[in-house]
Design a protein around this ligand. Structure first.
Ligand SMILES: [Zn+2]
Length: 422
């Protein structure tokens, strides 16, 4: 047993998200029965070793004895605590903002209308291309700090506002610098298949080939995942398949922006190519969702995006109850369709608009969100050997955290056993 450097004692209620064995804890929870398991412990304590890993989790009386004279002891004063949140879908690094297009949207213009008019994502592409790395770093670093204040300890970050190699690489370089400078775990995704620049519409096949050529460079720059926006008016299923299969051949893991606006086979494609996650899924077909469950694809719901775009949210109840999927939730933080780093709000919207139970919401934000970035064996569960990433709340119970919405109930946040907030 390693020396205990930190003891977090007197936790009134701890949701560990553990199912028991290490093997079971290395995968997502699927469907209604599993997604209500939160591994609850009352009167708990957590012992952390000098390397920021959990040495023991359990009842106070057993864990407290592991401390010695040199152990730092934190009294949680009977609070509720859970694993640090994993935000598995963000567009963290970008230039500029897009409040100017809100009146257009409120007047009825859709995402694709604004895109076709050269606005929307192309404004962010221009702003990101024009920003120098220091500006992008400062902006993203401030966002990451806001995310931490809501209990987020690990973040997925996508490129996709360059749509040409140099700017895509600039986004990755900024995210790499953030990963070094901040305590958060960052997972990087290459998304040059985010949109087809209007100037490339005439030779879109050539743009798809350009993407395939960019992927190995972005992969060697640190992008672990490749993602593609498969949607009516963006990339077709055939183009998405071509791009994602090319990514898979060079060892990249896969994600898909699937069936956000129309049911076009994105969920089915996610199952076919063996994606780790398929995200959005507002319009996904029953068959597609069923195939995802069969193939072990995590369904990532983005309730902040459907709220901000005033759309009917994804069918999380069907996904959990009927399809038996592993559902995760994410902020989709981006300047156009989800301009908020408030992960607490994402979780409240998961309760209020997706109709998930408090237990399901916390599972979706921790254990299953970790699975959505292929970190199920490392993050999202509090058990011996895992990183000591956790959140302590000022709230009488977990349901209160979600229902008293729009504000933060986070008292303190720990990453690798270090207090990073509160
Ligand atoms: Zn997105």
């Amino acid at each position: 047993m390693k020396r205990v450097a930190l003891l977090i004692d007197n936790i009134g209620l701890l949701w560990t998200m553990s199912a028991g064995s290490e093997q079971e804890d290395a995968r997502a929870f699927c469907g209604r029965e599993q997604m209500r398991q939160v591994g609850a412990l009352e009167n708990a304590a957590i012992a952390v070793d000098g390397e920021g890993r959990i040495a023991a989790v359990g009842k106070r009386r057993t864990v407290r004895d592991l401390a010695d004279a040199g152990t730092m002891v934190v009294d949680a004063q009977g609070a509720f605590a859970c694993p640090g949140f994993v935000d598995p879908h963000t567009h963290l690094v970008h230039g500029g903002s897009r409040e100017s297009e809100l009146p257009l949207r409120l007047a009825g213009a859709g995402y694709l209308d604004i895109l076709r008019a050269g606005g929307g994502i192309m404004k962010t592409v221009r702003d990101t291309r024009a920003s120098d790395p220091a500006e992008l770093f400062a902006k993203a670093s401030a966002s990451l700090g806001r995310m931490r204040s809501f209990g987020v300890t690990a973040v997925e970050a996508k490129t996709g506002y360059g749509l040409e190699l140099d700017t895509e690489r600039k986004q990755l370089a900024v995210a790499n610098a953030l990963a070094k400078a901040s305590p958060n775990t960052l997972v990087q995704t290459a998304l040059p298949a985010h949109a087809i620049p209007p100037s490339r519409m005439a030779d879109r096949d050539q743009y798809v080939e350009d993407i395939v050529r960019m992927l190995p460079v972005l992969h060697s720059d640190g992008a672990e995942f490749a993602d593609a926006f498969v949607e009516d008016g963006v990339f077709t299923v055939a183009e998405g398949r071509y791009i994602l299969q090319a990514a898979k051949r060079i060892g990249m893991k896969l994600k898909i922006h699937a069936d956000e606006m129309v049911s076009c086979g994105g969920a089915e494609l996610a199952a076919e190519v063996g994606a780790v996650s398929a995200d959005h899924l507002l319009a996904a077909s029953n068959e597609g969702l069923g195939q995802m469950a069969q193939a072990g694809v995590v369904a990532v719901c983005l309730p902040g995006t459907s709220f901000y775009l005033q759309k009917r949210p994804a069918r999380a109840r069907f996904m959990i109850d009927e399809a038996g999927l592993a559902v995760a939730v994410a902020s989709d933080y981006n300047p156009g369709s989800s301009p908020s780093e408030n992960f607490g709000l994402t979780m409240s919207l998961s309760l209020l608009s997706l109709g998930m139970s408090p237990e399901e919401v916390f599972v979706a934000a921790t254990r299953n969100a970790a699975a959505a970035v292929d970190r199920a064996g490392e993050l999202g569960v509090l058990r011996p050997g895992r990183l000591a990433d956790l959140v302590i709340f000022d709230a009488p119970n977990p349901a209160y955290v979600l229902t008293h919405y729009g504000v933060s109930h986070v008292r303190s946040v720990y990453v690798k056993g270090q207090r990073v907030y509160g």
